[in-house]
Design a protein around this ligand. Structure first.
Ligand SMILES: O=C(O)c1cccc(C(=O)CC[C@H]2O[C@@H](n3cnc4c(=O)[nH]cnc43)[C@H](O)[C@@H]2O)c1
Length: 214
């Protein structure tokens, strides 16, 4: 089995890397090859890094891990969620006060649904399945949050997820996105974020998954 683990920053997967003694790049565990790809934050960095690696290499599945903001008040900080659908929520045009999606403009689809991964999906039955949006600019004003919730009904928000799914879908690669909640999407107040807790829980789950994969 050969898998690709994609994270925006090293700090988001540092405990997983040190647990198995992995580094950025190619690693081995129980005869399986695990390639770690640190992309940098955001859709452009993710798309470029994914395009570059997928042009020369192939994998059984790809896994995008990291932290996320939650719109869903039923989620607690530190909860790990399985993002089964993501969306380029900013891609489109404003028509006065109305937003026209890329779909409505006739240029493709903003919604990204990954190809399922047979080996990983069976291990993820305990995770809540959630709908994500992917943004260039983290939401931090009440007015914008009301609009985006009404438009897309998202559970969570990241800066990479839809770009990751897009790249995987382009080459038919099964893909999974796992995120842990570091903050609620609300009027910006960084003192309420709990990044250390989110990093702890996502890494604990990642270590469990890679211990279970034989
Ligand atoms: O300090 C800041 O202003 C700040 C803004 C955005 C992200 C960060 C990070 O430290 C994490 C980078 C990483 O986290 C994801 N993330 C986490 N929370 C959110 C959110 O509410 N909305 C969108 N993305 C979020 C994101 O995928 C970044 O790659 C610090």
């Amino acid at each position: 089995m050969k898998s690709l683990i994609v994270s925006a920053t090293e700090s988001e997967i540092a405990p997983f890397l040190s647990h198995f003694g992995f580094k950025n790049g190619s690693n081995y565990l129980n005869g399986n090859q695990i390639v770690v790809l640190l992309t940098g934050v955001g859709m452009v960095a993710t798309a470029f890094s994914m395009g570059r690696i997928l042009e020369k290499d192939s994998f059984d599945f790809a896994l995008n891990v990291g932290i996320a903001g939650s719109f869903n008040e039923g989620l607690s900080l530190g909860d790990v969620v399985h993002v089964t659908e993501d969306c380029f929520s900013e891609l489109g045009a404003m028509d006065g006060a109305s937003f026209l999606s890329i779909d409505q403009l006739g240029f493709g689809s903003a919604v990204m649904t990954p190809f399922p991964s047979e080996s990983l999906d069976v291990l993820l039955s305990s995770e809540k399945r959630m709908k994500g949006i992917t943004v260039n600019c983290v939401h931090g004003s009440d007015e914008e949050i009301v609009l985006v919730k009404d438009r897309f009904r998202p559970d969570i928000e990241t800066m990479e997820g839809a770009a990751f799914f897009y790249a995987c879908n382009q080459v038919g690669l099964p893909a999974v996105q796992l995120r842990s909640i570091s903050n609620y999407v609300e009027k910006r107040d960084k003192s309420k974020w709990n990044i250390p807790l989110a990093i702890e829980t996502i890494n604990k789950r990642l270590i469990e998954l890679y211990t279970a994969i034989r």
